[in-house]
Design a protein around this ligand. Structure first.
Ligand code: HEC
Length: 336
């Protein structure tokens, strides 16, 4: 080779952009292509290769709403122990015996990065629902609650990354003529969250029209927060103001709850302090236990009591309970 073409070739090689380096064999991306692609598709969208015969469609791992609403630990659990351990399909295999925990963590982190959008509140901040305090996390959920003889049926619907719409109806089976107690609509917005600080804050507004036993319009703006300091305690709180049509400012309520996770159970204690613009303060305590009912965790319940401590007589303890179904997570009869 004469000197000129040799120099030209060297120059061309030098100026060409280098080919992208292949991902290191132990990177999450490479492991995903090796282990998950046949069912979940190369991009995680859940379009399996023709060779894979699956009874249920593989989950769309790229869907931001689905992936961010769950915790990294739960995905690590599903990938290590397989779908069946969580009441999901046997088609989702268990990788735990064959590979290292570090490899599972890496492939799960990669799968969770496929969403590719910032700003979705992470599932780690989806703390167990308390009886009194409004959750700060936006949910797709149906809840039925009971407080002595009053029932509430709540439908929560997530909109985009941070909004949640809510509609609820109340009944009171207390022997009075009108059992229909009223309806409420609400909008909630997650204003701030931080996975690092394990905390989130949301703002919301509830509106109750004059229907059922409610005579006038009522508006209740609120701020709700949740935190998991040191991953030891779950602390949730809410401050609510009340405005009534004609009556104006009706007072404030301050609610605070503390819980501690023990496997499928979360014992909690809440306190609710109501300071009306006119009339007596009330203070009540709400000991309760939240219980994960389905193996997947999308159906849960809670049982406890309201114990009035300060306020007008008679102050009688009342039973409280709820069941909930997180329908954003899975259909009601899957995941058991
Ligand atoms: C043999 C096919 C198959 C392979 C291989 C496979 N999956 Fe799955 N996976 C499924 C199916 C099917 C489901 C849905 C299970 C259900 O809904 O019952 C699923 C569900 C999941 C879920 C649950 C998602 C949710 O929304 O709850 C995660 C997470 C997951 N797979 C991650 C992975 C990862 C990561 C890999 C690679 C390490 C992998 N899967 C390999 C078939 C597979």
């Amino acid at each position: 080779m004469s000197i000129f073409p040799a120099v030209a070739l060297a120059f061309a090689i030098y100026t060409l952009p280098p080919p992208p380096p292949p991902p290191p064999p132990d990177s999450g991306a490479a492991l995903f292509q090796a282990w998950c692609k046949s069912c979940h598709g190369a991009d995680g969208r859940g379009v399996p290769s023709a060779a894979a015969r699956l009874e249920v469609p593989p989950a769309d791992l790229k869907d931001c709403k689905g992936s961010t609403a769950e915790t990294e630990d739960r995905w690590v659990g599903i990938v290590s122990r397989g779908g069946a351990a969580f009441g999901l399909s046997l088609d989702m295999p268990a990788f735990g015996d064959a590979v290292t925990p570090a490899q599972i963590r890496a492939v799960v982190r990669y799968a969770r990065s496929l969403c590719g959008e910032l700003g979705w509140p992470p599932g780690e901040l989806n703390f167990p629902r308390a009886f009194l305090v409004e959750k700060a996390y936006p949910e797709d959920e149906i809840v039925v609650t009971d407080q002595a003889r009053g029932q509430e049926y709540i439908y929560e619907h997530r909109l985009g990354k941070r909004f949640q719409l809510e509609a609820s109806a109340r009944t009171a089976l207390d022997g009075q003529p009108r059992a229909f107690d009223g309806v409420t609509g609400a909008l909630k917005y997650n204003v701030w969250h931080s996975l690092e600080r394990r905390a989130l804050v949301s703002l919301g507004l509830e509106a109750t029209p004059p229907l059922g036993r409610q005579d006038v319009w009522e508006l209740e703006p609120f701020v709700a927060f949740g935190a998991n300091p040191g991953r030891a305690l779950v602390v949730q709180g809410e401050v609510v103001g009340t405005w009534e049509e004609a009556g104006g400012f009706g007072g404030m309520s301050y609610r605070l709850g503390v819980g501690h996770e023990l496997g499928r159970f979360v014992p909690m204690l809440e306190a609710g302090w109501t300071v009306p613009a006119a009339g007596e303060h009330t203070l009540s305590f709400y000991p309760q236990v939240w219980v994960q009912l389905s193996r997947l965790g999308h159906v849960a319940g809670s049982l406890g009591a309201e114990l009035p401590a300060v306020g007008p007589e008679p102050r009688r303890p009342r039973l409280i309970a709820f069941v909930l179904w997180d329908f954003g997570d899975a259909p009601l009869f899957r995941g058991w």
